[in-house]
Design a protein around this ligand. Structure first.
Ligand code: MV4
Length: 454
């Protein structure tokens, strides 16, 4: 087992990893930017190394600084958390070259899964269901025209380097083709330095359901059931839950088997997530594979009683996965609490938390790095806390969430707590009747009216 792990991240996930390391008897090294010098990860880790100024590009994304921090502290592994360098093939490679175990995917796996057209071809070959579409990246407009005609409109054009909706276009007819081809390629080139495009059938009003997987160095893989992440806004998840209210035993079996196939096809090592689009007929399609621990891993941990970070570390150290699939025995919901003003287009609201009180009691989990007096820096992600409830049934998990939200006090900044309170009251949410389109029509009540009365 590792003796010392450096955590190349900040905020709640850095704290989350430190906690598991402590329980495993592994020493920890926090790295931090000057903006994070007073943070809890810095206080709770055994050692801490400043790696640069506030801007992520000069600190949490600075590979040489992080490697230097690992070397001077004698760390034998690096946990990258999510975001930042967690899915950076170059970083995974450089760790390898320095004999530091990267607790995440191998460079080749990150590269292959990061290129969406390649990932899709790999999955198609492995007989994982994919959305009907072009065979890989399309070389020119004429190929795109033919592909769209064959797939039949509406189609979706997607950037192979994409994700998060950038460089993605819906084409309702051939009239949309040329403009989309030009603008999407430009957008992708600017965002990713790669303008490769592929095309597929547009799945109308899908659900986003993902399967947690774990694989080891010996070719074993298993799944840890699903998470429903359909409640999103501008490709940012707001609420996640497991089991999915749309799930059936048959669908879970089929999706679980597909996800394990996906993991085995790439000899996946570590914990990962296979994302699917699920249509109204419960047909499902591979969307992408995430080779990191995700923000929403918490709800899976709660319903199957399993420490996913511990599993990551054990797999990286060469241990086997059990090979047994896990079915949720409870219901868990996570509300992401962001420092954002939900009444003002979810605009970021950094600043000092003047008053802070967390809910508690049975079935409540809070993963956060904030406290009373903490100043949320403006440089990073606006998520400040994850509020998770666990109960026997979905209804109870929602009721518990309502109770928890009502006693969660965060003063001095705006948060998304008022949004979650209204969401938990929403008839369609309560009925489990929602898709990825839910937030397009959700209207938040109250708050200040804008000057034009809208
Ligand atoms: C789609 C789709 C419909 N049909 N692909 C959005 C982000 C990217 N990773 C994939 N996305 C989508 N791909 C086909 N063929 C609809 C979406 C989509 C979406 C997917 C998951 C969660 C939220 C979403 C919001 C809008 C669009």
């Amino acid at each position: 087992m590792f003796k010392k792990i450096l955590i190349a991240n900040r905020g709640e996930i850095a704290l989350r990893v430190i906690r598991t390391c402590k329980e495993m008897g592994i020493r920890t090294v926090a790295v931090y930017s000057t903006a994070d010098k007073d943070s809890l990860p810095v206080r709770f880790a055994d050692e801490a190394v400043c790696i640069g100024p506030a801007a992520s590009a000069d600190s949490y994304l600075q590979i040489p600084n992080i490697i230097a921090a690992a070397e001077i502290t004698n760390s034998d592994a690096i946990h990258p958390g999510y975001g930042f360098l967690s899915e950076n093939a170059k970083f995974s490679k450089i760790c390898q070259e320095h004999n530091i175990k990267f607790i995440g995917a191998l460079p080749e796996q990150i590269e292959n899964m990061g290129d969406k057209a390649t990932a899709k071809l790999t999955m198609k070959k492995a007989k994982v269901p994919v959305v009907p579409g072009s065979d890989g990246v399309m070389p020119d407009l004429e190929t795109a025209r033919k592909a769209a005609k064959q797939i039949k409109y509406p189609v979706m054009m997607k950037a192979t380097a994409g994700g998060g909706g950038k460089g993605m276009r819906i084409l309702w007819s051939e009239d949309d083709l040329e403009e989309a081809w030009e603008s999407a390629r430009k957008e992708a080139a600017a965002a990713f330095g790669n303008d490769g495009m592929y095309m597929e059938k547009f799945i109308e009003d899908p659900r986003h359901i993902e399967i947690q997987i774990a694989g080891d160095q010996y070719g074993n893989a298993c799944h840890l059931s699903e998470r429903d992440c359909s409640i999103q806004r501008r490709h940012q998840k707001l609420v996640e839950e497991t089991p999915s209210p749309f799930m059936t035993d048959d669908l879970r079996k089929r999706m679980g088997e597909a996800a394990v196939k996906a993991a085995k096809a790439v000899k996946y090592e570590g914990v990962g997530t296979v994302e699917f689009l699920v249509d109204k007929n419960r047909d499902f399609y591979f969307m992408e594979m995430n080779t990191r621990i995700q923000v929403e891993h918490t709800i899976t941990e709660e319903v199957i009683d399993y420490d996913l970070v511990k599993e990551q570390i054990k797999i990286a150290a060469g241990e086997k996965v059990s090979g047994k699939n896990h079915i949720p025995r409870l219901h868990a919901i996570q509300c992401r609490i962001n420092a954002e003003d939900p009444h003002n287009d979810f605009r970021p609201s950094p600043g000092k938390i003047t008053e802070y009180h967390e809910p508690g009691g049975h079935g409540i989990r809070i993963d956060t790095h904030v406290y009373a007096g903490y100043v949320i820096p403006p440089f990073y992600d606006s998520m400040i806390s994850k509020l998770i409830t666990v109960a026997q049934t979905r209804e109870e998990a929602i009721t518990k969430m309502q109770r928890a939200l009502s006693e969660y006090i965060v003063e001095g900044i705006k948060t998304t707590i008022p949004f979650h309170i209204q969401l938990m009251e929403h008839e369609d949410f309560r009925a489990g009747n929602f898709t990825t389109k839910f937030m397009d029509t959700f209207e938040l009540k109250g708050g200040k009216k804008k000057k034009d009365g809208k």
